[in-house]
Design a protein around this ligand. Structure first.
Ligand code: ZN
Length: 135
């Protein structure tokens, strides 16, 4: 089951500058900065009530964020939905005809297991499913 919007991901060119900018915008600082080597990204998270804003900066030239900024510039990159069982949701959405970008849930930032859906199957919006990792 999809429970809520967990976060909105925004691609930025310079995460230090954008952390300062969003800190001014929200009136509070990010609660974490985290690199995800496997994705070639540096991320930061701002908590806003029930939901979050994630900033993403490319840490390698070949990362998906680098390619996104090259094509479209900075801006909203994805919307992440929290699910209670990621394997079940992946199976359900695949059966519904959505194109999954990974066949297995993988590790993401902020203690999550994640899976992306191809934007061509979701009206142009990159969708991330995420589930909090149990420790
Ligand atoms: Zn995300």
């Amino acid at each position: 089951m999809i429970k809520k919007i967990e976060h909105i991901g925004i691609a930025v060119k310079n995460i230090e500058e954008s952390n300062a900018l969003f800190t001014r915008l929200f009136g509070k600082a990010q609660y974490k900065v985290e690199s995800v080597e496997s994705e070639g990204v540096k991320t930061s998270f701002f908590m806003l009530g029930e939901t979050k804003v994630e900033l993403l900066e490319a840490s390698t030239e070949t990362s998906a964020i680098a390619r996104f900024i090259e094509k479209k510039g900075e801006g909203i990159h994805h919307i992440a939905y929290e699910v209670d069982n990621i394997e079940e949701e992946m199976k359900r959405l695949k059966n519904e005809g959505f194109e999954l970008l990974n066949t297995q849930a993988k590790d993401g930032a902020d203690n999550k297991r994640i899976c992306f859906l191809h934007p061509k199957s979701t009206n142009g919006v990159l969708v991330e499913l995420c589930q909090e990792k149990t420790k």
